[in-house]
Design a protein around this ligand. Structure first.
Ligand code: TXA
Ligand code: MG
Length: 331
């Protein structure tokens, strides 16, 4: 339980230019007053994040759209009505007063109304916009508990509001509405079909013309241990070919086969939404087990798995041959 006193104290920290980590329905955010460029720059320092990476500004309700963005298209209001508060971020043309520190110098701004009750209470007590990336060190797995935030950022944060485990578990869907045709920049809990149905238009492909979304870089959301996606049928043979003693961890949706040579077998939930909710916590747990390699069963090629597939393929890109243990790289 987060008390009203904690909320008031956190709002006062934001007003004073400090950093507050807070739960959202997706992942924990590392927040600063979006109207205070000095405070926003502290976020980048705490995360070790390059300064040209734009932040999402969190607002308490859709009335803030007009303050932070200009030329707000009808589609943005439609999506706001339907999915805010919720795990959806919209990229819009930024208002002139928005600091470059927030948008990484882009002419657009990312806006989101989170639904988590603690995030809502904080935003209402504070009264302004809160710029917040995920509360992890740059490039690491996003935190879905207050404990994860403490592990990653510890002393760099002035307060951590503990709202328990995040119910969605992966970052918000990002829709770009700043160009001629809406496009999804990052898949999430709210799927492409749902966005298309609300907008009554077909989504474009995120192309060279879309704003950069650095979360789309390879090697994001990655554990420290090398990670490889693999078809379920190939896993056992692959492990057999490893040097003796090379500890391999497996993340799979089926239970541990009796004869597996995996050093660690972690069972993940069957359904995509449950899988997403637990994904980062499971990867953190496996990551700390000291294995040489994590093999993850490739999720199904179905639309409802798009967001999980996206995060796993980014986590996997850290497993380029050079980063693999020699027994693997030699093959
Ligand atoms: O669920 C979430 O979105 C979480 C919670 C805390 O709200 N936040 C989050 O923030 O994932 P972050 O900074 O880790 O990822 C935000 C993504 C980045 O990939 C960034 O490039 C993109 O949003 N983004 C933000 N503003 C943008 C803009 N103006 N243009 C293009 N991409 C933008
Ligand atoms: Mg992030």
């Amino acid at each position: 339980m987060v008390t009203d006193e904690e909320i008031e104290r956190a709002a006062a920290i934001l007003r004073a230019g400090g950093l507050v980590a807070f739960p959202t329905e997706t992942v924990y955010g590392l927040g600063a007053d979006a109207a205070n460029a000095t405070a926003v720059r502290r976020i980048f320092a705490a995360k070790g994040r390059p300064a040209d990476h734009p932040l999402i500004v969190h607002i308490s309700d859709m009335s803030g759209l007009k303050h932070w963005a200009v030329d707000v298209p009808r589609g943005a209001w439609l999506l706001a009505e339907k999915y805010w508060p919720g795990p959806l971020t919209m990229i819009l043309k930024r208002a002139p007063h928005v600091a470059d520190a927030v948008t990484g110098g882009e002419r657009t701004i990312g806006l989101r109304v989170p639904s988590h009750p603690v995030a809502q209470r904080l935003l209402r007590a504070f009264g302004g916009g809160v710029a917040a990336p995920s509360a992890n060190r740059f490039g690491h797995l996003s935190p879905t508990t207050a404990g994860h935030v403490r592990e990653d950022l510890g002393e760099a944060v002035d307060a951590i509001l503990d709202g328990g485990a995040c119910p969605v578990g992966i970052e918000s869907t990002i829709v770009d509405l700043s160009g001629a045709q809406p496009a999804i920049l990052r898949p999430g809990h709210i799927g492409a079909k749902q966005i298309e149905d609300a907008l009554l238009v077909q989504l474009g492909a995120a192309g060279a013309a879309s704003p950069r979304a650095p979360g789309r870089l390879a090697s994001h959301y990655a554990p420290l241990t090398a990670l490889k996606l693999m078809h379920p049928d190939e896993i056992e043979n692959f492990i057999r070919r490893q040097a003796p003693g090379a500890a391999v961890a497996v993340l799979a949706r089926r239970s541990r086969p009796r004869d597996t040579r995996a050093a660690l077998w972690q069972v993940a939930p069957e359904q995509p939404e449950d899988y997403a909710r637990h994904l980062y916590a499971l990867l953190r747990r496996i990551d700390s087990a000291g294995c040489a390699l994590i093999l993850v069963e490739t999720p199904p090629e179905l639309p409802e798995w798009a967001a999980v597939r996206d995060r796993l393929s980014r986590a996997a890109s850290s497993a380029e041959p050079a980063a693999l243990p020699s027994a693997v790289a030699a093959r």
